[in-house]
Design a protein around this ligand. Sequence first.
Ligand SMILES: *[C@@H]1O[C@H](CO)[C@@H](O)[C@H](O)[C@H]1NC(C)=O
Ligand SMILES: *[C@@H]1O[C@H](CO)[C@@H](O)[C@H](O)[C@H]1NC(C)=O
Length: 198
Amino acid sequence: MLMYTLVLVHVVLAICHGSFAEKMMRPKFKDIKIWSDEKFVSHKVVYDSNDPHLNFSMEVHQDLHDVDIHLEVRIGNKQDSLYTTTLNSTLNVCRILGFANKSPVGRFVHGFIREFGNIVENCPIAKGSYFINKFWWPEDPTTAMLPELEFEIVWQAMLLDASKKRTLIMNDHFGGEFVVQDVNNLKPGIFAMLPKIA
Ligand SMILES: *[C@@H]1O[C@H](CO)[C@@H](O)[C@H](O)[C@H]1NC(C)=O
Ligand SMILES: *[C@@H]1O[C@H](CO)[C@@H](O)[C@H](O)[C@H]1NC(C)=O
């Protein structure tokens, strides 16, 4: 689910800025706090900024009947102390998986992420190991005229029991900034990927 967030953040930025030059805007994570309850799940997230990728691994210790994800994404201009709340919502994982399995866009995103590892496909989420290795979202070159942006992502998973009582099982905070830089290891842009689904 974290991967959907990152794809979403990228798409938001791509829409905001378009692409003109051989510059790339990449996130630089400054602050990553990962927490899991260790009873239902354990998980880890690691990031490499030189060969940009994320690895996510999760051990589910007991079957998870139903899970909500709470997501807050704030992206703001560094010169401006006011953060813009871009996104603040709670999503149901089981409904997203239903969407991912049924709609063409969902299948595209889900299929893209699936290439990186063993991901959650269905609800209830079965006990076992899930991982995503060397995940990176498609990049498009960007312009050098962008303001430097800061971001903050709060990502929480809550287990829902039969009576809809919520228990926090994951709580991650990612803070950092998007930095425009010249790169020689551009990952394929989103449009370059499209023929793959034809
Ligand atoms: C992510 O996983 C891949 C494949 O196992 C590994 O080669 C890479 O070093 C890992 N990256 C980090 C940042 O640990
Ligand atoms: C996000 O939404 C929740 C519930 O609607 C609210 O309690 C919380 O304060 C909001 N967070 C931000 C940063 O706006």
